[in-house]
Design a protein around this ligand. Structure first.
Ligand code: HEC
Length: 269
């Protein structure tokens, strides 16, 4: 890890370790898996804090954006490898997700978001239960939609065809990756951003697993968990394939990943 990455991690750890006890083992056994390598964690967290800071300053930005990005931040902290000191940081992110999900609470939520984005510890707190904070999983799933339909879009390095560029969404990108193997030249150009997108997708799957099925379909919990785990693990394989610049591995992982989306939607959407 380079020195800058290390110092960002240290700043985050120091800022958020202050004042909050480190929790361990509060989760149902086996729900969370530590798969995020530290460099990806540092970069994804940096981008997340950037998004949160910008959304907090924009009075027109919907609070859902803050809520969802705070959930992502909390889930990054629970998915990172080899870093014990992220629990308090995750707690601040959960506090923001809860605040942004409350009615008539925009000013307080934006203030919390600014504190979090400035790497200050978050006061207040309330519940630190990520499970409860997740709420409607559709808000999180919407990240995958095409940008024109309210999704977050994808990095320009991933616009490898006019169609993918025009759609500008991770669901559409995953569909394209699953339908035809990438050329070696495209693998080379896309590797870095594809790895990050795949890890973000795996973290969305981890939130989906933690959330569980809608109340009316509690009886189908096992199917929900199975789809979420396949989604998470095939997204991790996609990230590995991208890092190794392995076109066939990217193709196989994309097919498995896309299948998990389609199968779960067939049963729960
Ligand atoms: C474990 C189940 C599950 C998995 C796996 C899953 N989804 Fe979803 N998805 C849902 C549910 C539930 C909704 C919300 C449906 C609603 O409330 O309308 C949803 C909604 C969405 C939406 C919102 C817009 C819409 O069409 O309703 C998008 C986009 C989406 N999912 C993309 C994906 C992608 C891409 C993947 C795979 C990479 C994926 N999902 C995997 C359960 C899942």
């Amino acid at each position: 890890m380079n020195r800058m990455a290390r110092s960002v991690v240290l700043i985050l750890m120091m800022a958020f370790a202050s004042g909050a006890a480190i929790q361990a083992g509060g989760d149902k056994a086996g729900t969370w898996k530590a798969f995020l390598p530290e460099p990806a964690y540092v970069e994804l967290t940096r981008r997340s804090l950037d998004t949160i800071g910008k959304a907090a300053k924009d009075a027109k930005a919907p609070l859902t954006e803050l809520r969802v990005e705070a959930l992502m931040l909390a889930a990054y902290a629970k998915s990172v490898k080899d870093a014990e000191n992220t629990a308090a940081f995750g707690k601040g992110a959960v506090a923001l997700a809860v605040a942004a999900g409350m009615k008539n609470n925009a000013d307080a939520a934006r203030k919390l978001a600014l504190e979090l984005a400035a790497h200050k510890s978050v006061a207040g707190g309330g519940t630190s239960d990520l499970h409860i904070a997740i709420g409607d999983i559709k808000d999180v799933m919407m990240l995958f939609a095409n940008k024109a339909k309210g999704g977050e879009g994808v990095h320009a390095d991933l616009f490898y065809s006019p169609k993918v560029k025009n759609q500008n969404g991770s669901e559409a990108l995953i569909n394209a990756l699953a339908s035809k193997k990438l050329s070696d030249a495209n693998v080379g150009k896309m590797a870095k951003e594809l790895e990050l997108l795949a890890y973000r997708t795996a973290v969305i799957a981890a939130l989906t697993l933690e959330r569980g099925p809608p109340a009316a379909q509690k009886g189908e919990t096992k199917a929900w968990n199975d789809y979420s785990i396949v989604m998470r693990d095939s997204a991790i394989e996609l990230a590995d394939g991208a890092r190794k610049k392995d076109g066939p591995a990217i193709f196989e992982a994309s097919k498995r990943l896309e299948n998990s989306c389609v199968e779960c939607h067939g049963m729960f959407k």
